[in-house]
Design a protein around this ligand. Structure first.
Ligand SMILES: *Cc1c(COP(=O)(O)O)cnc(C)c1O
Length: 493
């Protein structure tokens, strides 16, 4: 299977796409075609464990990787998760389920992919005959950074450098990153919001000058953001797995259609669901849930993507994003893979902050997607209501999705299609905010938040968060955008 750029002009292997992360012209790599998962594949996967299902889906895209090695990598990756199921499906009520993707080492769904990516990247280098050391450069809205640091820590021949917006992540997220152990990692705060941070990292990727300076030092850049296909591929697997779990628990019959509702920031998670649908998974609708930074809700409703708007800092910081990078992959598909048009739209977004799609394209998107958002009060209500009704505690990001799913159910009372709400973080990752949702109590300190949230919900506190209190802060550097590359050079020495 080959991969092409959404902006045209390139065709590379899966291994090369993963090692490079971003194509030379700034486009994102997409599979030349979607591999089909037919009835036989679904039946085969039905009785498999999660690591086996994940390896099966990965193999469909990454055919030059060794099957047995892929399986071993998935077993190792998901062996690091707490409990015996890396992504359990919890029934909230008839026809409504929560897919918990936060049982990995850093308590956010990013672990589903970032525990596997180091293997995909290292083996990708071997397959492509690359001898240089790799520098993985990450812009994070909070959760990717920690998951990448943990996933890549002490990996041979790979260094990881994470940039996060100094005012844009939660206290817990910051602590998780700045206490990271490992000899090959670095974390730097950047003045600004996530979009500033992500744009600056993309500029380093696209700069010939930066590439030359790194090459002199024997370093090749790669990415662990969801622009990297190696991030996306493992995420496709859990949509299949959730579906198969519904079949094997006799909630649905094989072939029945279901909906997913996904809390969305960079459009990576929900794009993986779309890819699963394109591969043949019986998905009816995908509900794209945003917080107050509802640029995607407006885009889905009006066909215009416009970032010239106020940026809000919310209690779901991992969704505080205006430029959703992975939307480029959807634009490419719905324009009938028109790379010229996709490149023009991305150029317009960069220069004007806005682009439009045609009515025809808008209709095509609407066949599968709809969008909604939750304001801050609505998040509180959604988390509180579910807790009161069922005793189930969810985090604020999942709260956004719950509100959007509730709206859909309210407007479509006769709809019996099962709804799977994707849950992206452990509530203890945002303890003060979730505590406020559940009890109305306000505490400033994260660890007090954890203690009180535990008292209120009796939910188990994950060790990796409770432990943070005693860990020394290793990383304290904060820079402006224009100094980021200097920090990179300092780090690699
Ligand atoms: C990253 C993240 C999201 C957004 O996912 P995208 O793939 O960027 O759309 C939502 N919730 C949490 C907790 C996250 O960490």
């Amino acid at each position: 299977m080959y991969f092409i750029s959404t902006r045209g002009g390139e065709k590379v292997t899966g291994a090369a796409a993963i090692v490079k992360g971003l194509s030379d012209n700034g486009g994102l790599y997409v599979p030349e075609q979607f591999p089909a998962m037919g009835e036989k594949d679904m039946q085969a996967m039905l009785t498999m464990s999660y690591p086996e299902r994940a390896a099966y889906v990965l193999k469909a895209y990454l055919d030059e990787y060794d099957e047995a090695e892929l399986l071993k990598a998935c077993e190792q990756a998901y062996g690091k998760f707490e409990g015996n199921d890396p992504c359990p499906l919890v029934k909230i009520k008839d026809g409504t389920y929560i897919l918990e993707l936060f049982h990995g080492p850093t308590c956010a769904f990013k672990d589903m992919a970032l525990t596997v990516l180091p293997y995909l990247l290292r083996t990708g280098c071997d397959i492509s005959g690359i001898k240089e050391d790799i520098l993985v450069l990450v812009a994070t809205s909070g959760d990717t950074g920690k998951a990448a640091l943990e996933g890549f820590r002490d990996a041979k021949g790979i260094k990881v450098m994470v940039f996060y917006p100094d005012e844009g992540v939660s206290q817990m997220q910051k602590l998780q990153m700045c206490t990271q152990e490992g000899s090959n990692v670095n974390v730097v705060a950047v003045k600004g919001n996530f979009d500033d941070c992500q744009t600056a990292v993309k500029e380093i990727f696209n700069s010939a000058e930066c590439a030359a300076k790194l090459k002199e030092r024997g370093i090749l850049l790669s990415s662990a953001n969801s622009i990297n296909f190696g991030r996306l591929a493992p995420q496709i697997a859990y949509y299949f797995s959730a579906y198969l779990d519904l079949v094997s628990s006799e909630q649905i019959a094989m072939g029945d259609a279901i909906d997913f509702c996904v809390p969305t920031g960079n459009f990576g998670n929900i794009l993986a669901a779309y890819y699963a649908k394109r591969m043949g998974l019986p998905v009816r609708r995908l509900h794209c849930a945003s917080n107050m930074n509802n640029v995607l809700t407006d885009f889905l409703a009006k066909g215009e993507y416009n970032v010239n708007r106020e940026f809000y800092k919310t209690t779901s910081p991992s969704m505080d994003i205006l430029v959703s990078s992975n939307l480029e992959r959807l634009l490419f598909e719905i324009s009938d893979r028109n790379s010229t048009l996709t490149a023009e739209r991305m150029a317009a977004l960069k220069s004007e902050g806005v682009y439009r799609i045609t009515k025809q394209e808008q209709d095509k998107i609407a066949e599968t997607f709809d969008g909604g958002f939750a304001d801050e009060d609505e998040v509180v209500e959604a988390v509180y209501d579910l807790f009161c009704d069922t005793g189930y505690t969810m985090d604020t990001h999942t709260g956004c999705a719950m509100k959007v799913a509730n709206d859909w159910a309210y407007k479509n009372k006769k709809d019996v299609t099962p709804m799977v709400i994707v849950s992206t973080a452990n509530p203890y990752k945002f303890p003060q905010d979730v505590l406020y949702c559940v009890t109305g109590n306000d505490v400033r300190d994260s660890f007090k938040g954890i203690k009180r949230l535990h008292a209120a919900t009796a939910m188990a506190v994950p060790k990796c968060l409770a432990n943070l209190k005693d860990k020394p802060l290793r990383f304290k550097t904060s820079v402006t955008k224009d100094k980021m590359f200097d920090e990179v050079l300092k780090f690699i020495g």
